[in-house]
Design a protein around this ligand. Structure first.
Ligand code: AMP
Length: 233
């Protein structure tokens, strides 16, 4: 019997976007975690199982061997620091941007030019601190765990640092992105010791997932190159 491989995933966008890549690697979870309370999900392969954890806990599970591999957003990895993790593949899924956002009537460029001391609300404290430090700005950080968009509207903070996908959430709250910090996508992360010990099973799985991600990226780029409204046929 080959060693059991444990994959850590979080529910929601990461899970939904990882599923097609797992399918291309011949893997199918045996139940839908959105409809089940089970945290350990068997798959069609006896030697592979999925564990469902919070997005911010995925790197911790993989780092300490609670899982052999996992899928985590670059935002989560940057906050975690990435210690003890092998990051072989950018899966190019769950893509979004990390931005600084402010009320439409807040002149961020002016505040930066004047080197004003700003208050920034975010759950991405490390990313925000490093970003503002690179700009040489003094920023008082306010740690929040959600609904960051509310902070500039209530006077809690001048700016927020948050993820933006369509921009709808910012728009609905009269906020605008004033600066892009980074492009974010989800990465495959691997426990280096597990890779040594379970190489024969893990390596092909990593390669298959990398190939699936590459194919999906090529399909996305090809679709983006088509003229709007139809194909070239
Ligand atoms: P949107 O309205 O599409 O710009 O999405 C913004 C909201 O979705 C914010 O609350 C973000 O924190 C969250 N969000 C967007 N993309 C992601 C992602 N890839 N991973 C986690 N949260 C995200």
């Amino acid at each position: 019997m080959p060693p059991i491989i444990t994959i850590a995933l979080s529910k929601g966008r990461i899970y939904d976007d990882t599923l097609p890549l797992l399918a291309q690697a011949g893997l199918a979870p045996a139940l839908d975690p959105e409809r089940s309370r089970k945290l350990i999900v068997p798959t069609n392969r006896e030697d592979v199982r999925v564990v469902i954890v919070r997005a911010t806990d995925v790197p911790t599970y993989v780092q300490f061997g609670g899982a052999d591999l996992g899928v985590a957003g670059k935002d989560v990895l940057d906050e975690h620091g990435g210690d003890g993790l092998y990051q072989p593949v950018d899966l190019d899924i769950a893509r979004c941007r990390m931005v600084v956002a402010a009320r439409a009537d807040f002149d961020y460029a002016q505040a930066v030019a004047e080197r004003r001391r700003l208050r920034a609300a975010t759950k991405f404290e490390r990313i925000a601190r490093e970003h503002f430090a690179r700009k040489g700005l003094h920023v008082d950080m306010i740690k929040l765990y959600g609904s960051m968009e509310l902070a500039p509207l209530t006077g809690l903070a001048d700016v927020i640092v948050d993820l933006v996908d369509t921009g709808n959430t910012l728009k609905a709250n009269n906020l605008v992105a004033v600066e892009e910090i980074s492009q974010v996508s989800a990465r495959l992360i691997v426990n280096p010791a597990a890779l040594r010990l379970k190489r024969e099973t893990l390596r092909p799985l990593i390669d298959q997932l990398a190939l699936a991600a590459q194919r999906a990226r090529e399909a996305r780029l090809a679709a983006a190159a088509l003229p709007a409204g139809g194909d070239r046929g």
